[in-house]
Design a protein around this ligand. Structure first.
Ligand SMILES: [Zn+2]
Ligand SMILES: [Zn+2]
Length: 275
């Protein structure tokens, strides 16, 4: 099917409605459930004492709408590129079955985590920070509405991953949709202000390879550490995890921070008998 020019506008509007809906549903739901409905039972999981002012959250919502315009335009561009045959790998991958379907989703999430870590570190370079990333860090105390509160350049950088990845890796289009849902869910939770990760008895995160809300909250509080989005791998490999992370997590879940579990020592090999 070839898109008639008059349908391009319709496509853009439907992409805009879809991206707005996803952001609004995730941000509003997270805010309504955690900050209003479960406010009392989750008292013991609130990361900071204070809430950001309502004016900050309203501005984050408006700026996120501007980012959504960039994402919708990128989605329309991808649809047009796909029409022009620019995504042969995605067409091919449709027929590769469920194993590849789920594998390609995991690969896309891992790929995006690496892309995000390195582009995020680059945006913190003094020469790029003001132009790319200042807006996001105006939210010193983030809220569920901070998820897409980006400068225009940051929004463009974020959407370019979704445009480029299926050019290189055979990824069915439904996987791209699932990836975007996972991305907005994790992104909103990273800014949710409450620590939802289960804690171990020693006050450390249950799934320590995943980033937590506290992990990203520390990034907003201090800036120069914790650049990862979904996983803690890159920050640990590159030595950029905040040294206060475990203590901050333990404070957020109201547990004393215990020592790391010590593995039982391997018994020394028996000395050879002499005689
Ligand atoms: Zn953030
Ligand atoms: Zn940052």
């Amino acid at each position: 099917m070839r898109l008639a020019p008059e349908h391009i506008g319709e496509l853009w509007w439907s992409d805009l409605a879809l991206h707005t809906g996803r952001y609004a549903v995730f941000a509003l739901l997270t805010w309504a459930v955690l900050w209003v409905g479960l406010k009392r039972p989750l008292r013991g999981r609130k990361i900071r004492e204070d809430n950001p002012p309502a004016a900050q959250m309203a501005l984050e919502f408006l700026i996120s709408m501007r980012s959504v315009v960039i994402f919708a335009t990128a989605a329309m561009g991808m649809a047009l590129l796909s029409e022009a045959g620019a995504y042969p790998l995605s067409r091919l991958a449709r027929h590769w079955g469920p194993v590849w379907f789920w594998t390609s989703l995991v690969l896309m999430i891992i790929g995006h985590d690496a892309y995000y870590y390195w582009s995020h570190r680059a945006m913190h370079h003094p020469r790029l920070f003001q132009k790319f990333h200042r807006r996001h860090h105006r939210s010193h105390n983030p809220s569920p509405f901070s998820a897409y509160s980006f400068d225009l350049r940051e929004a463009a950088l974020m959407s370019s991953f979704v445009i480029l990845w299926p050019l290189a890796v055979p990824t069915p289009w439904q996987v791209v949709t699932l990836f975007i849902l996972h991305q907005i869910a994790r992104n909103t939770l990273a800014h949710a202000g409450y620590e939802l990760m289960p804690a171990r008895a020693n006050g450390r995160p249950m799934f320590d390879w995943l980033t937590t809300t506290t992990h990203h909250d520390l990034h907003h509080a201090s800036g120069g550490s914790n650049f990862g989005l979904y996983f803690t791998w890159w920050d640990r490999w590159m030595g950029t995890e905040n040294p206060d992370y475990y203590a901050a997590f333990a404070r957020a879940v109201r547990r004393p921070l215990g020592r790391r579990p010590v593995l039982p020592a391997t018994p020394a090999p028996a000395a050879p008998l002499r005689g």
